[in-house]
Design a protein around this ligand. Structure first.
Ligand code: PLP
Length: 456
């Protein structure tokens, strides 16, 4: 008889990871270096330290150390809300009548409602260790701003959050929660920065974008004594910190005698996917490993329709050039899109793995299909998922249905990155039939491509 697999598996405190895993150390072909946009030469450490904490710059540029110690105070904070459970979606499996075994790693069990806290804690810790006064950042849907406000409060740092205006207006409670942790929150574009004023001059009615909010936050960080900037996705350091997700998952799966055939993550900037797949990607780089699927919105299709090219990380063009899948930093995603994952680019590490074929597939889905999946999942698994997470659910369901057709009992693992309690406006629009799908035309995408910097 097969042994019973519980609905939820938690590691003990002792089993929790003591080190983060750096995928880059295992890659023969490393991601291309960040470039200085003026000289087109690889960025040096000294050029990044005015923007980011020193230790984080070291991590950003380190593509050789396989394991990096998680500082003790960060481990202690992790214990407040980790380990996160690995769940077996028995009820969803039954509803789909699939022979597949579906597992999900649930990262929504903390007040930020997402995996973002894993990286926020590390960044706030290193900022404090360096003796800084505070951090600045941007937030799109609000999870990252919330996570960083929690971490900054814990370590005694100031925080200013630039929140994408459309999202700020849609989610008034995000402001309340971020202020609960004593951070300042400003809708972006704002008139508090040159970058914000420039965007407002050209597009006075814009609902904002992550790229613009990033420009504003960086501008403030570099011009204020004792402040640095923190970014919640895309960067190597974030994927490194998020490897706790994958390390915990692999350990728990091994306790069950399970190994996934398919690993699925939603992809906005690529951090939860990068973190979940980390230990399995190392297997893949060594010649085995599962099939990986990245899922993104049809309205912001950076991997499925973007170009693999050097681009800026922000609309203000003040970041280094990064080689990634991108729609161009001038691409402004449609405000109709409620499902998050609105960043124009993709983590350079995820991009490189996709470009080289280690990340097997990127697919995009329309938001109504995503909310269909979110609703089904909520009804059977009792968790109301974040719209972002529901992209991964959509793909997991589709793969499980394929298993039903072929009779294959595959093991499917996906990242349930967070909860959707702040997204009820979007859920209401979906339920009332008001939700529209938006797919940019080739001409609209060409606008962004035409403005890519000439770096190769
Ligand atoms: C931020 C966020 C994402 C997308 O970001 P990645 O960096 O691609 O992981 C996905 N789900 C939730 C709940 C988020 O908050």
């Amino acid at each position: 008889m097969q042994k019973h697999i519980p609905y939820r598996i938690y590691l003990t405190e002792e089993q929790m990871p003591k080190q983060w895993l750096n995928i880059r150390a295992y890659m023969k072909d490393k991601p291309d270096p960040f470039l200085n946009p003026g000289t087109l030469q690889p960025i040096q450490k000294e050029e990044l330290t005015p923007v980011f904490c020193e230790k984080l710059v070291d991590q950003e540029l380190d593509d050789t150390t396989p394991f990096i110690d998680i500082p003790k105070p960060v481990q202690e904070f992790y214990k407040i809300y980790r380990p996160s459970p690995l769940c077996r979606a028995y009820n969803l499996e039954k509803a789909l009548d699939t022979p597949a075994r579906i597992y999900y790693k649930f990262e929504g069990n903390n007040t930020s409602g997402s995996h973002k806290l894993n990286a926020a804690v590390a960044m706030a810790y290193y900022a404090k260790e360096q003796g800084l006064k505070g951090l600045t950042t941007e937030t799109g849907a609000g999870q990252w701003g919330t996570a960083l406000s929690m971490a900054c409060k814990y370590f005694g740092l100031d925080l200013t959050v630039y929140m994408v205006k459309g999202s700020y207006n849609q989610k008034p409670y995000r402001k309340a929660i971020i202020e609960t942790f004593d951070a300042d929150i400003i809708p972006s574009p704002s008139d508090t920065t040159n970058a914000g004023r420039a965007v407002l001059a050209e597009h006075p009615d814009t609902s904002g974008s992550l790229g613009c909010a990033i420009s504003e936050a960086v501008e403030v960080a570099v011009s204020k004594e004792g402040y640095r900037y923190a970014l919640g996705s895309v960067l190597n350091q974030v994927l490194l910190h998020q490897s706790v997700i994958g390390l915990e998952t692999k350990e728990a799966m091994e306790m069950l005698g399970e190994y996934p055939d398919i690993v699925i993550g939603c992809a906005g900037g690529g951090s939860n996917l990068g973190g979940l797949m980390a230990p399995y990607m190392v297997d893949k780089l060594m010649g085995s490993g599962p099939r990986f699927i990245a899922v993104e919105p049809a309205s912001c299709p950076s991997m499925t329709r973007g170009k693999y090219a050097y681009d800026f990380g922000d609309i203000g063009k003040i970041t280094p050039l990064v080689r990634m899948y991108t729609l161009g930093c001038d691409f402004l995603p449609s405000p109709i899109h409620a499902g998050g994952l609105r960043y124009h680019g993709m983590a350079p590490l995820v991009s490189k793995l996709y470009h080289d074929g280690y990340l097997d597939e990127a697919r995009c889905c329309k938001q109504t299909e995503v909310f269909d999946a979110a609703t089904l999942f909520a009804q059977y698994e009792t968790i109301v998922p974040a719209p972002e997470s529901a992209h991964a659910i959509r793909a997991a369901i589709d793969e499980a249905v394929k298993c039903k057709e072929t009779g294959e009992a595959k093991t499917i693992l996906f990242g349930l990155t967070g909860t959707g309690y702040f997204d009820m406006t979007a859920y209401m629009n979906y339920r009332s039939g008001k939700m529209e799908d938006y797919i940019p035309t080739d001409e609209e995408l060409q606008y962004g491509f035409d403005r890519l910097p000439k770096a190769d």
